[in-house]
Ligand binder design. Structure first.
Ligand code: UFG
Length: 333
């Protein structure tokens, strides 16, 4: 298939492009490089021996997107492009709503014009909100978030669902990710956010590399086995393979399907710190600090649907995730 990947130079996008190319698909990346680097295109080519098409455009720019569809015969789209920092979204809500929602509307309007009917959307476990019991299952209400970033995911899921009701020939797969970490085995692709990282693993990478002094563990007084928060960390390469399976599934599917991509296991912040130290044979400097506003104590996925529908299961271990994260961080930070 000819697959357009918005945000394809980003962390999850770039790993997904590698898996698509390895499996014989052609890829067209659209990315404005607001949180990614152009060198990533070279690195994808280095890994796969194939060069993806690349357009440095904002996905909300409908005319620019139209020109890409005019040039390439696009069979399907994977839509990653969007702002994703939870804390920043609280400070800049309009920017988040404008960017994330506009880009999706522009994309689907252009897809409609060119009769492209297959879409995989990058959603998040955040749509389960603060009230569902874990493990989260796809049939639980996914209608609430705790921050503007998360609300854009809830709203876009709604928009795509309503669009599909009106266009029953359309296929949308809403992939709800849990916490992706890890990096490509080559050490060439990984999570390299601009500025000081908000997420745990890139922060740990910078501490281990000596660029940040220490990690603060946000709270150890939660009602969890060791008092620190638990999340479902999954390897970004497993996540990328989940996208490959989802887009291939969409080829013969119509309607809306929400699918969790997680391991089904909760790992605590303290577990992750310990695993990083022992996998990489180093010591991390860390302190225990107060809780971070908005953090839920624990959640993880029920990953049964992904297995049944897509034949997908996360296979990388926590050790793989910690080793590959450090392999990337020590090269590129
Ligand atoms: N944490 C620390 N110290 C840090 C950073 C994080 O202790 O410096 C802890 C957090 O308190 C949390 C855990 O590490 O318990 C994971 O935090 P992340 O920021 O890495 O991830 P979140 O679970 O908060 O957020 C992730 C995604 C969001 C998504 C959210 C809910 O980054 O996109 O899950 O699904 F919205």
């Amino acid at each position: 298939m000819n697959i357009l990947v918005t945000g394809g130079a980003g962390y999850i996008g770039s790993h997904t492009v590698v898996e698509l190319l390895k499996n014989g698909h052609n890829t067209i990346i659209v990315d404005d490089l607001s949180n990614a680097k152009e060198e990533v295109i070279e690195r994808i080519e280095h890994i796969t021996g194939k060069r993806p098409y690349f357009y440095k455009i904002d996905c909300a720019d409908k005319a620019a997107l139209d020109a890409v569809f005019e040039k390439h015969s696009v069979d399907a789209v994977i839509h990653f492009a969007g702002y994703k920092a939870v804390g920043e979204s609280v400070k800049k809500p309009l920017q988040y709503y404008r960017n994330n929602i506009d880009s999706t509307l522009s994309l689907v309007e252009v897809m409609e014009k060119y009769q492209c009917t297959k879409l995989v959307f990058s959603s998040s476990a955040t749509v389960y909100g603060p009230n569902n019991p874990y493990p989260y299952k796809e049939d639980m209400p996914a209608i609430q978030s705790t921050n503007p970033y998360g609300w854009t995911k809830v709203m876009i899921e709604r928009i795509l669902t309503d669009y599909t009701t009106a266009h029953p020939e359309f296929s949308v797969i809403l992939l709800r990710y849990f916490n992706p970490i890890g990096a490509h085995e080559s050490g060439l692709l990984g999570d390299d956010p601009n500025g000081i990282p908000n997420n745990l693993m890139p922060y740990i990478g910078k501490v281990a590399a000596g660029q940040l002094d220490h990690l603060t563990i946000f709270g150890n007084d939660y009602d969890t086995p060791d008092g620190t928060c638990q999340r479902d960390y999954l390897h970004v390469v497993d996540l990328a393979i989940g996208h490959l399976k989802a887009i291939e599934y969409a080829e013969n599917h119509t309607g809306v399907e929400a699918i969790n991509l997680g391991t089904g296991t909760g790992i605590s912040v303290q577990d992750l710190v310990n695993a990083f130290e022992s996998a990489n044979n180093l010591k991390l400097s860390y302190v225990i600090g107060p809780r971070r506003d908005g953090d839920l104590p624990a959640f993880w996925a029920d990953a049964t649907k992904a297995k049944n529908l897509l034949g997908w299961k996360a296979v990388h271990t926590l050790e793989d995730m910690c080793k590959s994260s450090w392999n990337f961080a020590k090269n590129f930070q």
